[in-house]
Design a protein around this ligand. Structure first.
Ligand code: NAD
Ligand code: UFG
Length: 335
């Protein structure tokens, strides 16, 4: 089957393409490379031995999407393309609404015009209300607290309305928890531009000597060691969740959490990274980061029941794979 992957050159997209190709699917990628490099797709080909049909195009460009749908017999779409930096989304909200919302609306219009109604959408645990109790289930209360989160929440609502209006649409909303790690080959991984916002890429850069120390945002949370607790999930597990969703489209618009159900603190991650890398990893305790929660982890039971998916890899494996990628590519894809 031919699958269109938007944002396929990015972190989660590139790992998902590997799993798609290994399962025998043909992959077409649309990515404008605003937060990635085409090198990731070359590395994907190195892993799988299979070619990717790559178009450097913007999902807001209706003519380009129309051409791509005209050139391939696309049956399903996995939609990763979007901007994702929480802090930046408050500084340039219009770019976020334009890219994430207008881009998705354009994609949906072109899909419908070509009779393609199967969609797997990247949502996020960020759509859950800060007041919601852990573990978070799919029916926990929702509330977004920044423009990035609002784009995800609004798009979930758009997609639910669309599926309710026309029963040809089959949509999975996948709410990811905290994807980390890298492909075990060490050929593809996370390569953020500039100073990383997220914990693991930051720790990796301290371990490899590109940054001097890790700022730990708060050590006075009501958690076992006072630092924030998150549900880290191996990006390969996450990628496989997309295949499982595609294979179990069901009907209408449905939602599942993709998480492990297990929370780890910032210092748990630092400790694992120190053990695996042998690096010292200096930390500096800083004030809490605005908008951060003490604890966030998933109830992953629904994914097991509805799409037959469970995360397999533990924190140690996530960190080992992150470190292999970092050591083999100290400057990311720019190495
Ligand atoms: P990423 O930035 O590595 O990948 C996104 C890709 O989309 C990039 O390659 C970028 O160049 C491309 N892109 C962005 N806007 C585009 C546009 N208008 N047209 C074409 N391509 C465009 O991010 P990722 O971590 O792989 O995230 C993938 C998706 O998962 C995003 O929608 C993100 O919001 C969501 N998500 C990510 C996380 C996370 O922590 N990584 C958590 C929850 C949800
Ligand atoms: N942290 C630090 N220092 C850093 C970076 C992070 O101490 O330099 C801490 C944070 O305070 C938090 C934990 O590490 O306690 C994880 O932070 P991340 O930035 O890695 O991840 P978040 O949970 O804040 O958010 C991520 C994505 C969001 C997504 C969310 C849920 O960035 O887009 O996971 O999926 F919505």
């Amino acid at each position: 089957m031919t699958v269109l992957v938007t944002g396929g050159a990015g972190f989660i997209g590139s790992h998902t393409i590997v799993e798609l190709q290994l399962a025998g699917h043909q992959v077409v990628v649309v990515d404008n490379l605003c937060n990635s490099q085409a090198e990731s797709l070359k590395r994907v080909q190195q892993i799988t031995g299979q070619a990717v049909a790559f178009y450097q195009a913007d999902i807001c460009d209706k003519a380009a999407l129309t051409r791509i749908f005209g050139e391939h017999q696309i049956l399903q779409v996995i939609h990763f393309a979007g901007l994702k930096a929480v802090g930046e989304s408050s500084q340039i909200p219009l770019s976020y609404y334009q890219n994430n919302i207008a881009g998705t609306l354009t994609l949906l219009e072109v899909m419908a015009a070509h009779g393609v109604f199967d969609l797997v959408f990247s949502s996020s645990a960020t759509v859950y209300s800060p007041e919601a109790k852990v573990p978070l289930t799919e029916s926990s209360p929702l509330a977004a607290i920044n423009p990035y989160g609002r784009t995800k929440l609004m798009l979930e609502q758009v997609l639910a309305d669309l599926a309710a209006s026309d029963n040809r649409w089959r949509i999975w909303l996948l709410r990811y928890f905290n994807p980390i790690g890298a492909h075990p080959s060490g050929l593809i991984g996370e390569d953020p531009n500039g100073i990383p916002n997220n914990l693991v890429p930051y720790v990796a850069r301290v371990a490899i000597g590109r940054l001097p120390e890790l700022p730990v945002f708060g050590d006075d949370y009501p958690t076992p060691d006072g630092t924030g607790v998150r549900d880290y999930i191996h990006v390969v597990d996450l990628a496989r969740g997309h295949l499982k969703a595609m294979e179990n489209m069901g009907s209408g618009c449905q939602v599942v959490n993709l998480g492990t159900g297990q929370g780890y603190s910032v210092m748990d991650v630092v400790k694992a990274y120190r053990e695996v890398s042998g690096a010292e990893i200096n930390v500096a305790i800083k004030p809490r980061r605005a908008g951060d929660l003490a604890t966030c982890y998933a109830d992953p039971a629904k994914a097991a029941e509805y799409i037959g998916w469970r995360a397999e890899f533990d924190l140690r494996t996530m960190v080992e794979d992150s470190w292999r990628w970092t050591e083999q590519n100290p400057a990311g894809y720019g190495s």
